[in-house]
Ligand binder design. Structure first.
Ligand code: NAD
Ligand code: TYD
Length: 334
């Protein structure tokens, strides 16, 4: 592989992956196609923006012309671009269908015309739905619960169909909850960390006993690179860390790291359709040679430290959120 097209590279995992790949492969070129939605942020890539191996294309994966322009000269594609927040998908599902399903179709069509050598599609463990005990294998049935996870399921099925029908060399990963630097402060760990730094309360949904398997983003990048280089085309790879934690325990761990008291915990109304537990079997990716390097506390300590040291990064985002809220209230009231 000489030239990668990375979509959604201005988001959380995408920006970590762009940086990881440029550091690891000195001769690799990367084009990053990103629509810069609210979740996309070029500040995530400030340190590499002038690297001569890196090119940014501002555009939407649903836009055939932009996709063709961005894919020019690329021999592999890694698709991160997606709408990603479950809570948003409950209120505005349409854009999830558009990006997470139709966007994948547009990318597959262009990749097929160009005979790219690898097409790695990033999916999620949420496509399996909830499971109270045991672990989902790649061959298990999909039973997604939210508009987000359903759209992701649609996207990955479509991508895989391009392998079966057109022999597009598609690989799919289904990863568990990532955490680490540059994650947008709407997801649990960055939202709670930044709120607590500001002495603001943290909203725990329901009883806080939902379980997620926390995968540190650097470990995720290792796994994705391995699947990209060595995975068997047409195959699906779960990627999880066996770092299972109750949400309330995650919350208390962040409180402790920041030296704050439990009085900042607020239990709020549960999310509709809230999945109780996600858990994936990772034998297949481990057989490929992957092993996580961070347990939950190692990853959390690094993450919290990063948010403490990078207040300017998340302050700018939170300020934008506050300005938008104020503008909406002025326009529409309430
Ligand atoms: P993110 O929300 O931080 O970033 C998404 C990026 O995609 C942003 O830069 C955004 O501008 C861009 N984007 C959105 N719509 C686009 C469009 N139509 N065209 C081009 N760019 C567009 O997301 P993330 O957390 O980094 O997740 C990346 C991928 O990994 C997603 O596909 C997500 O489903 C998957 N995933 C995430 C997690 C997680 O815990 N974060 C876990 C498993 C899988
Ligand atoms: P989130 O980071 O949104 O990821 P996902 O829903 O994709 O797993 O949420 C992680 C868990 O934390 C999930 O069980 C919902 C819960 N949660 C809260 O309790 N409060 C919050 O404010 C948020 C954003 C999430």
């Amino acid at each position: 592989m000489n030239h990668l097209l990375i979509t959604g590279g201005a988001g959380f995992i995408g920006s970590n992956f762009v940086r990881y790949m440029l550091r690891k492969y000195p001769h690799l070129k990367i084009t990053n196609l990103d629509a810069l939605t609210y979740a996309g942020n070029l500040d995530n890539l400030k340190d590499i923006e002038s690297d001569s191996r890196y090119r940014f294309v501002h555009g939407n994966i649903c836009d055939e012309k932009k996709v063709a322009e961005a894919m020019e000269g690329c021999d592999a594609v890694v698709n991160f671009a997606a709408e990603t927040h479950v809570d948003r998908s409950i209120h505005e599902g349409g854009v999830f269908v558009e990006t997470d399903v139709r966007g994948v179709f547009v990318l597959c069509e262009e990749a097929r015309k160009r005979n790219v050598k690898r097409f790695l599609h990033i999916s999620t463990d949420e496509v399996y739905g909830s499971r109270l005990e045991g672990y989902f294998k790649e061959t298990d049935m999909l039973s997604p619960s939210s508009p987000y996870s359903s759209a992701k399921a649609g996207g990955e099925l479509l991508a895989r169909s391009y392998f079966v029908t057109y022999k597009l060399p598609v690989l799919v990963t289904r990863s568990s909850n990532n955490f680490g630097p540059y994650q947008y402060p709407e997801k649990l760990i960055p939202l709670f960390t930044t709120n607590l730094i500001e002495n603001k309360p943290v909203p725990v949904y329901g009883d806080g006993k939902q379980v997620r398997d926390w995968l540190y983003v650097e470990d995720q990048c290792d796994g994705l690179d391995l699947v990209l280089q060595k995975g068997e085309v047409g195959e699906i790879y779960n990627c999880g860390s066996h770092n299972e934690e109750f949400n309330i325990n995650v919350t208390k761990a962040i409180l402790k790291l920041l030296g704050k008291g439990d009085d900042l915990i607020t239990y709020v109304q549960d999310r509709p359709g809230h999945d109780r537990r996600y858990a994936v079997d990772t034998d297949k990716i481990q057989k490929l040679g992957w092993k996580r390097q961070h347990n939950f506390m190692q990853g959390l300590e690094k993450t919290v430290k990063w948010y403490v040291e990078n207040e300017a990064w998340w302050h700018a985002i939170k300020q934008k959120q506050a300005d938008y809220k104020a503008w909406m209230e002025k326009q529409y009231g309430a």
